[in-house]
Design a protein around this ligand. Structure first.
Ligand code: HSE
Length: 353
């Protein structure tokens, strides 16, 4: 089979965008060898540095080097707006990685809509569209025969949707419970080691774990949105963010976590989504767990999710929950799903199904 090419338009070049570019630089030839696919970045749109587009593709190394400084792009073409580029330029997939806004989800929802209306698949690592407009965008995608994929929004690079939809297919999931926010888990861990609350937040910021607005993590809003996304995608039941009870970690002191540790316990920010018939209950709240509890084992930015199922009982997955390359990997997972989808469609056509 001849190598195929899929053209990507990236919206946003922050931690995750840089992580994805690093992956494409490091794994590009491997992906061609193993999957027969080349992902070519043809454009990048940013809020503060301008927009770039070249139909033959941008040089990834130059783009990566330039993404490390915050200078405006030398060949900026901002006169062509992000939405104009999405609608009019030649790209197969729009990768939406602009900062999450959980109030109205904009401008990201508009970008996803523009991409789908103009015949482009969407891979989104942005929690706004998946939490606030999943039904609208996934129905639009379906009508257009396109993908709208969101693996990067929950558990970062650790596959949750692919896992639940493929490996747990046919089971009924009654409850999903776990640690969904990497930075607060990291911060609580630093405080256990004796670091102050503010120093721990600063460390998480330096390492690229926090949202653009850290209150999103600390206040539990990020975990709240992730529960809404899980309900949208896995329970196929939309819930409002306001219906998810939410308490963040701001009232947990260094003394609290150190005292708990000394008593063989650990404070964790726990997110729970349960369903009983059509009724969904969701909450985010700190819990003091015994050290032997599976969720108490999570260190650093690790996330974990326990699915309570009818036939298997509890199934737990865990892995990285934040970070540029880690989340960039989830984007790659979705890009490969689109590639496989294309292959499947091509195969069906040539075989006359
Ligand atoms: N700020 C998020 C977290 C990033 O800490 O979990 C990954 O969604």
């Amino acid at each position: 089979l001849a190598n195929k090419q899929l053209k990507l338009l990236l919206i946003g070049l922050g931690t995750v965008g840089q992580g994805l570019i690093r992956i494409l630089l490091e794994k590009g030839s491997h992906l061609i060898e193993t999957h027969g696919i080349e992902f070519k970045v043809v454009g990048v749109c940013t809020g503060s540095r301008g927009n770039l587009y070249h139909p033959e593709g941008l040089d990834l190394q130059t783009l990566y080097d330039s993404s490390l400084n915050r200078e405006p792009f030398a060949s900026d073409i901002t006169e062509r707006t992000t939405e104009w580029l999405i609608r009019n330029e030649d790209a197969d997939i729009v990768v939406e990685l602009s900062p999450t806004d959980l109030n109205d989800g904009q401008p990201a929802i508009g970008y996803c809509q523009a991409a789908l209306e103009s015949g482009k698949h969407v891979v989104s690592g942005n929690k706004g569209p998946a939490a606030l407009a999943f039904t609208f965008l996934s129905e639009l995608a379906k009508r257009q025969g396109l993908f709208f994929l969101n693996e990067a929004t929950v558990l970062s690079g650790t596959s949750v949707f692919l896992f639940a939809q493929k490996s747990l297919a046919g089971l009924r999931i009654n409850q999903i419970k776990g640690i969904l926010n990497g930075s607060t888990n990291f911060i609580l861990g630093q405080m256990e080691l004796g670091h102050s609350y503010s120093d721990s937040i600063e460390m998480a910021k330096q390492l690229g774990y926090l949202e653009a607005d850290p209150e999103g993590d600390i206040g539990g809003y990020d975990a709240q949105a992730k529960l809404a996304i899980l309900s949208n995608i896995l329970f196929e039941t939309p819930i409002q963010l306001a219906d998810v009870k939410r308490v963040g970690i701001a009232d947990i002191s260094r003394e609290d976590v150190m005292a708990a540790r000394a008593a063989g316990k650990r404070w964790k920010l726990i997110a729970t989504l349960s369903r009983n018939g059509d009724h969904i209950q969701a909450s985010v709240s700190p819990e003091c767990l015994p050290e032997a509890h599976p969720l108490a084992q999570m260190n650093g930015t690790s996330n974990a999710l326990t699915f309570s199922t009818d036939l298997l009982g509890d199934v737990t997955i865990s892995g990285p929950g934040a970070g540029g390359v880690e989340t960039g990997y989830a984007i790659l997972t979705d890009l490969l799903i689109i590639h496989e989808g294309h292959n499947h469609e091509l195969k069906s056509r040539t075989e006359g199904h």
